[in-house]
Ligand binder design. Structure first.
Ligand SMILES: C[S@@+](CC[C@H](N)C(=O)[O-])C[C@H]1O[C@@H](n2cnc3c(N)ncnc32)[C@H](O)[C@@H]1O
Length: 378
């Protein structure tokens, strides 16, 4: 029997149905049997799904351009024992592949800046953390912090790709008796959904702030962990920038009719909610991110929102089109690179589903390269 099933089953027998957030937390992150706990890498050709990092090193190269600009704008820290040092913090870094791509690029294009970087990789999965030094190779000497927790003081840049969508969310549905939270119970050896009053008033506060007007039968997710994480990250930032990339929508769209069935997804297509409940730990579970709530949480914790735009436009601002035009050779590596760039650009692909949110703290309102195409803010 799936050991995680057994563990969840015992928990339900001991203390009653668990919230869907707790179920998702155990499914993905239970330290021994959770989906992310069992492997150092879950994405890419050998894994279950693709992120922009899997497309190739070009994603990291483009991010490196934005990071270099940001780190230069911040400048060296006054009265620091090592004044030239700046922090680069990747959260939800997995085994560190994206940071490796970023550092490879910075080493080539901005060697002085590269030399000054203190890298922190924040990752909840111990298996992924243990693979980070090997992934970083020669860059491992820059790694000063590898932990499940964010560093307390950051002078530099915090960035995260597809982190917030992987946070455990509460799930709710509107019934004829009012809003109910979805819990997981066990009946006849099967996990089934069980509706109860809300486990915390934060859920109804959240939905009313979002302006959600759910009709009977509608379902939705409430990602309280994303708000909390953004608040913690914002407070840890002494001076610098935060860059969050994820797929999501404004609260108005996320809690509107177009997403009335909710957005919980697994990488296995055609999986129903009932099926998701039967295989804890075997597959990824994600929910689309409420970008309005993320922006608000950042602002409430002292960040200034600098912009939000489609990943495609962000990358065009950083010179994706120039990179494509630069090398027109028919060498296999050049062709592969152009293909990777096209994959990031394709309409309906990662570039248009994913949004980039940029924040600053104590840096004013600089015109960042990545925001040059802010003609389409979605
Ligand atoms: C969908 S994967 C994305 C990995 C990588 N950023 C990429 O783009 O390929 C999400 C990652 O976030 C990690 N994670 C989830 N919650 C976290 C948290 N609170 N702090 C740090 N990492 C977390 C997961 O273990 C997983 O490695």
């Amino acid at each position: 029997m799936n050991p995680l099933r057994q563990l969840i089953s015992e928990r339900i027998r001991e203390s009653g149905p668990i919230s869907f957030a707790e179920f998702m937390d155990l499914s993905l992150y239970q330290p021994e049997f959770g989906y992310y706990a069992r492997a150092a890498q879950r994405t890419g050709r050998a894994g279950d799904f693709f992120t922009s990092v899997d497309v190739g090193a070009v994603f990291g190269e483009l991010l490196a351009k934005q990071i270099a600009e940001m780190l230069r704008l911040i400048g060296p820290k006054a009265q620091s024992p090592k004044p030239e040092a700046v922090d680069l913090v990747e959260a939800g870094s997995g085994n560190g592949r994206l940071s490796k791509d970023v550092l490879d690029a910075l080493q080539r294009t901005d060697p002085d800046l590269y030399a000054s970087i203190r890298l922190s990789l924040v990752e909840r999965s111990a298996a992924a953390r243990s693979a980070q030094r090997a992934t970083l190779g020669d860059h491992a000497s820059h790694l000063v912090h590898s932990s499940a927790e964010l560093p307390e003081h950051v002078y530099g840049v915090i960035f995260a790709n597809e982190l917030l969508d992987a946070f455990p969310t509460h799930a709710v549905t509107m019934t004829d008796a009012g809003l109910r939270e979805i819990f997981v119970d066990e009946r006849d050896g099967q996990f089934v959904e069980y509706l109860e009053t809300l486990s915390t008033p934060r859920i109804s506060d959240y939905l009313s702030r979002a302006g959600a007007k759910m009709h009977q039968g509608w379902r939705a997710e409430v990602n309280l962990a994303a708000e909390d994480w953004v608040g913690t990250a914002a407070r840890s930032l002494e001076k610098g920038f935060m860059m969050v990339i994820d797929y999501g929508h404004s609260a108005e769209e996320l809690y509107g009719a177009s997403h009335s069935a909710g957005t919980l997804t697994t990488f296995k297509s055609h999986t129903t909610f009932a099926e998701v409940l039967q295989t804890p730990g075997d597959c990824d579970i994600t929910a689309h991110v409420d970008l309005t709530a993320v922006t608000r949480a950042g602002e409430q914790a002292g960040l200034e929102s600098l912009g939000r735009l489609d990943q495609t436009y962000f990358m065009l601002g950083l010179g994706l089109d120039e990179m494509m035009a630069l090398d027109q050779s028919f060498e296999p590596s050049a062709m592969q690179r152009r293909l990777a760039l096209k994959t990031l650009l394709l309409p309906g692909g990662l570039g248009s589903t994913h949004k980039v949110l940029l924040f600053g703290k104590d840096v004013g309102k600089p015109t960042l390269k990545g925001l040059s195409y802010r003609i389409r803010v979605t």
